[in-house]
Design a protein around this ligand. Sequence first.
Ligand SMILES: [Zn+2]
Length: 326
Amino acid sequence: MQDLPDFSRRDILAGLSAAGLAAMSAPAFAKAPLLNTQAPAFYRFKIGSIEATVVSDGPLDLGAPQPDIFKGVGKEEFAKLLSDNFLSTEKVKLEQNTLVLNTGDKLVLIDTGTGSQKLMGPDTGKFLANLKAAGLDPKDIDAVAITHAHPDHCWGLLGEDGAKIFPNAQVYMSQEDFDFWTDVSNAPNDMIKGFIEGTRKQLLPLRERIEFFKDGQEFITGIQAISAPGHTVGHTIFMISSQGKSLCNTADLAHHHVIPLDRPRLEFAFDTDGRQGAATRIKLFGMLAAQRIPILAYHFPWPGIGYLAKQGEGFRYYPSPVQTAL
Ligand SMILES: [Zn+2]
C-alpha cells in the first residue's frame, strides 16, 4: 500500500493561496450571470408498489435561536447545540415536506403547507409550483390527509379567495383536532387565537368534505392512522404500507432532526401539551427504531426521509441517501 502524502495545514494553506494567485492572474473567459434559482423541490421514491413524491412548500424561517423553544434550553445553549452540529446559529429553518402517494387507486396528499399565508418568512408557499414541476395537478388529488390542524399543515386547503385548491378531494383528519382548532374558546393566548381564526377559515367551508379517522384505522387502502397526541390533541401519524414495505409519516413528533432526538424529553413550545408530546415521541420513536421502519419527517432537512436508531437516552436520525435514479 502506498503511503498517503502528509499534508500539513500550512501546506494546504500555501497551496490554496498559490491557487488563489493563479486564479487572479488568469484571463477571464466568461462572465456568466448568477442564476439565483434552485431546482424544483420534489423527490420521488417507492414504497412497495406505491409511488411517493415529497413536495416542498419551502422552509419556515424561525430566525435566531430563541430561549425556551425547547423548554429549559436557553439562547446560548440552543446556539451551541446548533453550532456543534454544523447548523446555522443565525437562522433556524424547518422544512415543510408534504407527501403525495399514488396508491394505484388514489392520489393522496399528506399535509398542505402554509398556503398563501407567509406566516414564517418569504420562502414558504412553494407547494403548488413544486407540485406542478413534479407533473401533478391539484385537481387530480382524490384525498388530503391532515396530520394535525396547525397552519403549516392545513392552511393550503383553500386559496386566499376561499376557492378549493383540491376541488375533487375528500379531506381526512382527527375529530379531536377539528373540534379544538375551530373553537376560539380553546385559545390560551393571542397567537393560538390567530391560528384558530385562520384554521376556521380553512376547515369550516370544507366541513361536508371532511371525514374523521380513528386511531388504528386504515382509512385509505395502505394508509393507517396512528394517534400521536401531545403536539396537538388529535395529532396523528400515518403508517404507509405496500407489498411488505412500510414508511411512517411522523408529522411533528419532532421538529428538529438533532435536538429533540438527542433529548426527547424536552418539551416543545408549540405543543398543546408538551409533556404528553414528549411521552408520545419517546414511545413511537422507540417503536420505529426497534422495527427499523423508515420515516418521512415533515420538518426535517429535505427531503426528510431516513431512519431512527436508539442512542444513549435518546435517538439519532440517519438520513437516507438521496437517489438520483428511481
Ligand atoms: Zn408543523
